[in-house]
Design a binder for this molecule. Sequence first.
Ligand code: ARG
Ligand code: ASP
Length: 732
Amino acid sequence: MKIIRILLFLFALPMFSQQGGMWIPSLLEGMNEGEMQTLGMQMSAEDIYSVNQSSLKDAVPHFNGGCTSEVISPKGLLLTNHHCGYGQIQSHSSVENDYLADGFWAKNLSDELANPGMTVTFIVEIKDVTTQVLKNTENASSEEEKQQMIAQNKQSVIASSPKEEWQTNRISTFYDGNQFMLFKVETFKDIRLVGAPPSSIGKFGSDTDNWMWPRHTGDFSLFRIYADKNNRPAEYSENNVPYTPKHYLPVSLDGVAEDDFTLVFGFPGTTDEYLPAVAVEQLVETINPARIGLREVALKEQDAFMRKDQQIKIQYASKYARIANYYKKWIGESQGLKKTDAVGIKRNQEKQFTQRVKAKDLEKEYGSLLTDFDNAYAEFEDYNLAYNLFSEAFIRNVELLKNGFQLYQLEQVLEARGEQSFNDRKANILEDFKASYKDYSAQVDEKVFEKVIEFYAQNTPKEFLSQEFIKKDKSQLTKEIYNNSALTTYSKLEELLEGSSEEVVEKLNKDEGYQLVKELSKEFFENVLPNYRSKKLEIDALQKTYMKALLELSPKEARLFPNANGTLRVTYGQVKGYSPKDAVRYKPVSYLEGVREKYVPGDYEFDVPQKLLDLIDNKDYGQYAENGKMPVNFIGTNHTTGGNSGSPVIDAQGNLIGLNFDRVWEGTMSDIYYDPSISRNIMVDARYILFIIDKYAGATHLIDEMKLVHPKQQNSSDKKKKKRKRKSKKRK
Ligand code: ARG
Ligand code: ASP
């Protein structure tokens, strides 16, 4: 038996190291299950996902739509990343009570802090509904009509699928429209903040270390799910009680060693693994440089203010981190794609694809796909560039433009849908503004505006902008707007939005800030968006056919997993180091000594709390150390992406061994092209989390809630027992 296992393992290894993959949890039986077991997993597919009994999936909810989290106690205690709970931690913070800087630990249930609007969502059941969703669509006369039929079919499947009153049905699209899955979900709405380390632990290394290995970040925070008396989802209420989960993860004290099996369970957001070469080329040559460039000028201005002003630092911490995060990711992604020659590799794969199409006599169906892609992407390029620059400037980086754009849409609502819709939307916007202007600094935004608007004018293809705007003196323009526009303070905006729709629109159109937003938005809506959309639709249709062809024509070993789409997935691999460049080899585990090494007293990114320094100096690690050293982070070959943050890292038997939070710089191109030699995910060691909760924060009541286990010790004592049994049998 053992020999067969080893043979299987050796046989599977080269195949395994060919690829990553993010798998649908309800479809693991067979190939994935076998491979996972070969890699050391001792569970079955049914232990991971089951509709008939509680399984791992019942402990892994989607965290507020963007991250992943896991239940780690019978009382609904929820673990996720510090950077996932960041917005909540920030929202409870002020200069006097700065939980970002100092951390926060609720001493008991009544100290836990409510977060209105926040949700976590559990997956109850997953079902393939492709046949129903695609019903009759082969008769559609155009792509538009087909999409409409699909939308209608989806609606009727959602409406007719059984569910409990407190549950929701939704459908997600897989393989670019070749497969559809129905998800029955349960969303909890009373989620309270329980604990967070100071940023000097939870965000140690900040943006300098972000996307990097070696890493030493305690990127975790704790929440709790509350439910009504029947253990069902409910809006916030004082009478709610801690949720009793169907399953929670025991936490392992035994840690990891290189080559250990790891399973990461979570909600990866988006990947594009099956793009044609021409699309990857456009991303690397045109799109990434534009969005990196625009963010760079915005970040530089914000950073300068944040470094010298504590209040601005708090106000902008979350916004800055969000912008900086993908700014840095795109740089790594482009470098990685270039270094691995992903475009060249894709071109080669496309040659093979063409040969297969010929061999199977499918040229009529698929023979023109690749040239169609080439043409479509060539026509798409300028629109794509303009679209990205507009959304970076008007949706992400400049607050005045962002708010102005919301008001522009408000004016559109009046034209399209009348007074009532206008007033509803206005109320929503005002509420939004009330929250966002709390963290607004006109001084910071003015600088950002000036630089970004200049960049926008320089880099948007000229044919989409008016000569007048291109030629305008941007620093003069900036001064005028920030001196005169009501968009720079909440109170003026409130005034501006007072009155009937007619009055509001009149006032708006006299505002200089609004005038600019309107002019540029109009240009965008007239010159860019319609063509962007129609080209995109064409490309999506090609991509869908290409995906279908790949599924039909790829050899079985290619194992095409569906791109990430925000649905629950399983990815697995092993703890493993890597070689980032010639002559350098990274080990897979980092230790607290490394925090000491990186320590820069008083620094914005690398300061360390005195208490932690003391614990390090006294090696006061309690039961959490490994041979006298305290592990902090580790890396592995699990294929993850944005959205996997906060995902549990699970050992061979279903215990929590870590918390996913990042990827390594050299491998961030894994969203487009996964290279098993350098793509690694980064995780916090579960023991470091326990150590911080227990030894640093003294929150032992939280540790007491959890179930701490020793699976490796258990395993080896089981083996010894078996051996003894066998020996005693022989003797008999
Ligand atoms: N890079 C990680 C992810 O994409 C973590 C980001 C949070 N940390 C930061 N310094 N911005 O979300
Ligand atoms: N840090 C990412 C997240 O927030 C994870 C990743 O991109 O690897 O989901």
